[in-house]
Design a protein around this ligand. Structure first.
Ligand code: AKG
Ligand code: FE2
Length: 384
C-alpha cells in the first residue's frame, strides 16, 4: 500500500469549502490525535479518466431548498430512471453541514475500526440476534451463490440510539463522540425527508404523506453505516474482492458519501420503470457502471420503500461496491451512509394518488421493519 502522508490541517484547509468545516469538540479531538490517517481524501489520486461512468444527474440542494421547479423536475426524472443522483452539497449551508458531518463521521469510523476484533465483536450483529444494527466483520456476508465472502467491514448505528435514547447499545467510542454523529443524523434525516417530500409532490402526494411515514421521533431502521474496505489486491480476481454485494437499499432514500471509486450501479439493457420493484428484474441483461465520486457531492439513491409507495414509478436502483479502480485501488476505502427508512410500523403499500397506478390484484403488505429484516437476511446477515 502507498504511504499515506497528510496532515490533518492540510486535509481540511480544503480550498473547495466555502467555509471551513465545523468541528464539534469530539471531531476536534480526533483531528488532534490521529496522525497518519487512513481516511485521507486529500491524498487520493483522481478517479481514472478512461473508465466509463454512470451518467447520473447533479442536483443542486440549494435549488431544491428554494423549491426551484426545474430542479424538482430533474430530481423526479432521476428518481424514475437510475434512481440515483448526485447532490451538490457545496451550494447551501445545509449541504455543507451534511458534508462536514460525513467527514467527521468518517474520522470517527477510522477510530472505531482500529479497535481490536474482540471489542468490535461485542457489537457484532451475529452475536446480538434479531438486530440490523451493529458490527459486521469482513466476510460476514456472501457476494454470490457460491458463497464468496465480502471484503468490507461495516458498523450500523441506529438513529434511535443517537437521537431518541433507544436502548440499542452504542460502543463506548461512539457514545463518547456522540457530538460527531448526532448533527450528521439530524441533518441527513432532515435533508432526506425534504427530498422525499419534493418527490412526493411530483406524485401529487401531500407533504404529510412522507412526513408521517418518516418521523425522526418514531422508531425506525434508520441508521448511519460506516464501511471500511481494503485496497485492491493484484493477486485475487475482481469477483473475489467484492466489498458490498449487489443489492437495492431497503428504505426510502440513502445519502452516501464516498471519496474513492468502487460503487457501481446496474444499468439494465431495457429499462422499464414500472418493473423495478420486482426482484426478478435484477437478473435482466445489463451492465455495471462505476459512479465517480465528485468532491462536495453526496450520492443519493431511492430505496425499496419509494418503489413500493409509487407502485414502481420510482426506481430503487441495484448497486454494489468493488475495489476502487486504477491508482485509487491502493487506498483503504471508507464510506459514510445515512439511510432514511419508513418508520417501523409503516405498511409498505402503494399510496393512493391520481398520479400512482393502483395495485392490481391482491397486495402483499409488509411493515417496513419486516421488509428490512427479510432483506437483511437475504444478504446473509444473521438475524435469527
Ligand atoms: O460504500 C458505498 O459506496 C456504498 C455502500 C452501500 O451501497 C450500502 O452500504 O448500502
Ligand atoms: Fe446500498
Amino acid at each position: 500500500m502507498l504511504a499515506q502522508k497528510v496532515s490533518r490541517s492540510a486535509l481540511f484547509s480544503c480550498r473547495a469549502f466555502a467555509k471551513p468545516p465545523k468541528f464539534t469538540p469530539s471531531a476536534r479531538r480526533l483531528l488532534a490525535t490521529v496522525s497518519d490517517p487512513e481516511f485521507a481524501p486529500e491524498n487520493y489520486p483522481p478517479f481514472p479518466e478512461e473508465i466509463p461512468t454512470a451518467p447520473i444527474e447533479k442536483i443542486s440542494l440549494r435549488k431544491l431548498l428554494n423549491r426551484d421547479q426545474k430542479e424538482a423536475d430533474r430530481l423526479f426524472e432521476a428518481s424514475k430512471t437510475y434512481g440515483f443522483f448526485y447532490l451538490n452539497c457545496r451550494d447551501s449551508e445545509e449541504g455543507e453541514e451534511l458534508e462536514h458531518g460525513a467527514i467527521n463521521s468518517a474520522r470517527l469510523a477510522e477510530e472505531f475500526f482500529k479497535l481490536g476484533k474482540e471489542e468490535k465483536d461485542r457489537y457484532a450483529m451475529k452475536n446480538n440476534k434479531n438486530t440490523i444494527f451493529g458490527y459486521k466483520e469482513a466476510g460476514g456476508s456472501k457476494t454470490d451463490s457460491k458463497g464468496t465472502k465480502d471484503t468490507a467491514e461495516f458498523m450500523n448505528i441506529a438513529k434511535d440510539s443517537i437521537v431518541n435514547n433507544a436502548t440499542w447499545p452504542l460502543p463506548k467510542k461512539i457514545k463518547e463522540d456522540n457530538d460527531v454523529l448526532s448533527p450528521f443524523v439530524t441533518t441527513a434525516h432532515s435533508i432526506g425527508l425534504d427530498i422525499l417530500k419534493m418527490i412526493g409532490t411530483q406524485l401529487q402526494l401531500p407533504p404529510s404523506a412522507m412526513e408521517s411515514r418518516h418521523r425522526i421521533t418514531d422508531s425506525s431502521g434508520d441508521q448511519v453505516r460506516m464501511t471500511r474496505s481494503p485496497p485492491l489486491s493484484s493477486t485475487a480476481a475482481m469477483e473475489a474482492q467484492i466489498a458490498t454485494p449487489s443489492h437495492t437499499d431497503f428504505g426510502s432514500i440513502t445519502i452516501l458519501f464516498n471519496w474513492l471509486g468502487g460503487l457501481q450501479i446496474w444499468e439494465p439493457e431495457n429499462p422499464d420503470g414500472n418493473k423495478f420493484w420486482s426482484a426478478s428484474r435484477h437478473d435482466d441483461k445489463g451492465k455495471w457502471n462505476y459512479v465517480k465520486p465528485i468532491p462536495g457531492h453526496a450520492i443519493c439513491n431511492l430505496g425499496d420503500g419509494m418503489t413500493k409507495f409509487s407502485n414502481g414509478i420510482l426506481n430503487s436502483g441495484k448497486h454494489r461496491v468493488v475495489p476502487a479502480p486504477g491508482a485509487q485501488g491502493d487506498y483503504v476505502r471508507y464510506s459514510i451512509v445515512y439511510f432514511v427508512r419508513p418508520t417501523d410500523e409503516t405498511p409498505l403499500k402503494v399510496l393512493d394518488s391520481p398520479a400512482i397506478p393502483k395495485f392490481e390484484g391482491e397486495e402483499e403488505v409488509l411493515l417496513a421493519k419486516e421488509h428490512i429484516a427479510n432483506r437483511a437476511r437475504g444478504l446473509g446477515i444473521n438475524l435469527n
